[in-house]
Design a protein. Structure first.
Length: 591
């Protein structure tokens, strides 16, 4: 009987791998070149490139953060890039060992890996207490049918890969579930070690918008885990002979887990501490961008034709800040199942109160009016309430796991209708992310960037350039007159490998832009500004003293008079291509 059960488990694992892997590959579509769209997508590629060039591994991992690779020649503190340690290690190792120092389609493969880890890890964590069938469906829900995260690929890549956060939340709940429901034994040491390891692994994901949700759920659950664990210890259940005998056979597995825990600590903890300490310098920086939030009623928006956010403008009535498809809604079917599950375990508050409390904190969060999540230090930079949507499918799933097949005919019919809604939402919801069209870097742009790379010189001036933070710093000062077109132009230094002057940041301190203001760059960048002899004198001296190779000129963003003035001063372009979003680019090589 056990052999048959093991066979079924392995068969379902294989089937889950095929389904999730197949859908993930279908979604990504293009594995031929790096991700690029001229916008946010390029940032995560760039962070991997930066990580590969500024990481020291021995005696422990450490990053070089203070230098002039961007904001050249003034220099900047690069602490607040969009770090995701596992993603960045993945990119760096692929860059070193498979790419021969060139960007490649590394993040696409990482995305497929992330969905598979979410699905299979959930299946194996849930199958023992809840059965193979529920575990299989749960694996699908938290991976390819987490529509908010699915739509985030690739433009907000950091929000699309949430595997360790997902598994950490589920492992915490299973730990609590076994303490509450099993009156005879304590959870196995293997589960405890796995639980500890997952809490280290979440440090490898973005802390402020991804890992923080796992850490928050654990913080909420700790009092319940401590209470029920203490009750069992007082009863002497840790002395149970059967429990001790069964776990003795797992000593090799447990020793291996200890080794993996130490390796993960070495890989992620020093870097996390380095960024945490460095980020304190920005704690007092004013937030100039309007905070965004998500209305709790978005939970009830279904993924069905005519009612989803592509067919109906809910923002018009909810008056919230809508960022993207899937925001606030894990699927109406899952919300209903979660409510039913909560009713089923209503007499076991330890199983539903932590989940409900977590949902309340997330649903009510407003960065200004009601900053519920700010009580946790890892959310100190969180300015977007809607991004809690990544955790909703997992949290409602935990409640839904307790739902049982109804005994009465009416209940069975209602349950069948609910399952029909689930399939409908899966099919309709998955359709929208497929509208993403990959934009591989063109061969023409590769050749252009290679020419820039081979030109002698330490840096290249993108003109105009963009220097701005997502918090609004640099905008009103006039340091990024063409934000939509140029906020990601600096990321293409991963191809030409020259230093650049501008950069987009998630958060930028006002003191960081003072050198740009002192050198009067806002006037030079002003749309339509015609350079005076004094302006040309400053630019010539700036380029010569700082050993620039040339200028990446973006003529589509200049007036005809400005373009001609640059040609008259520096000569005709040595190369030309097209940047995504920014348009035509011409290389003016300095003689």
């Amino acid at each position: 009987m056990k052999l048959r059960s093991d066979y079924n488990t392995l068969l379902l694992s294989f089937l889950l791998t095929c389904v999730v892997g197949g859908l993930a590959v279908w979604l990504v579509e293009d594995f031929s070149s790096p991700l690029s769209d001229g916008g946010d997508t390029d940032f995560y590629e760039y962070v991997g490139y930066y990580f590969a060039h500024n990481l020291t591994l021995w005696p422990f991992p450490q990053l070089s953060l203070l230098h002039d690779q961007t904001f050249y020649p003034y220099g900047a503190n690069h602490t607040l890039l969009d770090w995701g340690w596992e993603r960045d290690y993945w990119y760096a190792f692929c860059y070193w060992f498979f790419g021969q120092g060139e960007p490649g389609p590394y993040l696409q493969y990482y995305y497929v890996y992330s969905l598979l880890v979410s699905a299979l890890g959930t299946f194996w964590l849930i199958r023992k207490p809840f059965g193979n069938a529920k575990a299989f469906v749960a694996g699908l829900i938290v991976s390819v049918f987490n529509f908010y995260c699915l739509y985030k690929f690739p433009i907000h890549f950091n929000i699309s890969v949430v595997h360790w956060t997902t598994l950490c939340i589920i492992a915490t709940y299973r730990f609590l579930y076994e303490l509450v429901t099993d009156r005879k034994q304590l959870p196995s040491p293997t589960l405890v070690l796995l639980w500890i390891w997952l809490h280290i692994q979440v440090l490898s994901q973005e802390l402020g918008y991804v890992a923080g949700f796992a850490l928050t759920f654990t913080t909420i659950c700790i009092p319940f885990i401590g209470w029920y664990g203490w009750k069992k210890i007082r009863r002497g259940q840790f002395k149970n002979t059967d429990w001790a005998f069964r776990n003795l056979s797992r000593v090799p597995v447990n020793l291996a887990l200890v080794g993996i825990i130490l390796l993960s600590l070495w890989l992620y903890l020093p870097l996390t501490l380095q960024i945490f300490v460095g980020a304190q310098a920005y704690a007092d920086a004013p937030l100039e961008m309007k905070p965004v939030w998500s209305h709790p009623l978005r939970l009830l928006i279904p993924y069905v034709p005519g009612l989803d956010v592509t067919a109906f403008d809910y923002k018009r009535y909810l008056h919230d800040s809508f960022e993207s498809y899937g925001q606030g809604s894990p699927g109406l079917y899952l919300v209903v199942l979660g409510v039913l599950g909560c009713w089923t375990i209503r007499r076991k508050p330890a199983l539903w109160v932590p989940v409900a409390l977590m949902l309340v904190l997330c649903l009510l969060y407003h960065p200004v009016w009601l900053p519920t999540l700010r009580v946790f230090p890892w959310f100190s930079f969180n300015r977007h309430g809607g991004r809690a949507s990544l955790a909703y499918p997992v949290l409602f799933l935990l409640l839904a796991l307790s739902v049982q097949w109804p005994a009465k005919r009416f209940g069975q019919l209602a349950f069948f209708a609910l399952m029909t809604l689930m399939i409908t939402e899966w099919v309709w919801g998955f359709r929208y992310p497929l509208l993403y069209n990959p934009q591989p870097v063109s061969s023409s742009l590769y050749r252009y960037l290679e020419k820039v790379r081979n030109t002698p010189g330490e840096a290249v001036l993108d003109f105009p350039f963009c220097t701005i933070g997502a918090d609004g710093v640099g905008a009103k000062e006039g340091l990024c007159p063409y934000y939509l077109q140029q906020n990601a132009v600096f990321t293409f230094r991963r191809f030409h490998q020259k230093k650049v002057v501008g950069q987009y940041w998630g958060r930028l301190h006002p003191k960081d832009i003072q050198p740009f203001l002192s050198d009067n760059w806002p006037q030079l960048l002003e749309p339509g500004h015609v350079f005076t002899p004094t302006d040309w004198q400053f630019l010539d001296q700036f380029l010569r003293q700082n050993k620039f190779a040339g200028i990446n000129l973006f003529p589509d963003l200049l007036t005809p008079a400005q373009r001609q003035a640059f040609y008259n001063h520096f000569g005709k372009p040595a190369a030309q291509s097209q940047f995504p979003m920014a348009g035509t680019v011409e290389f003016l090589r300095l003689q």
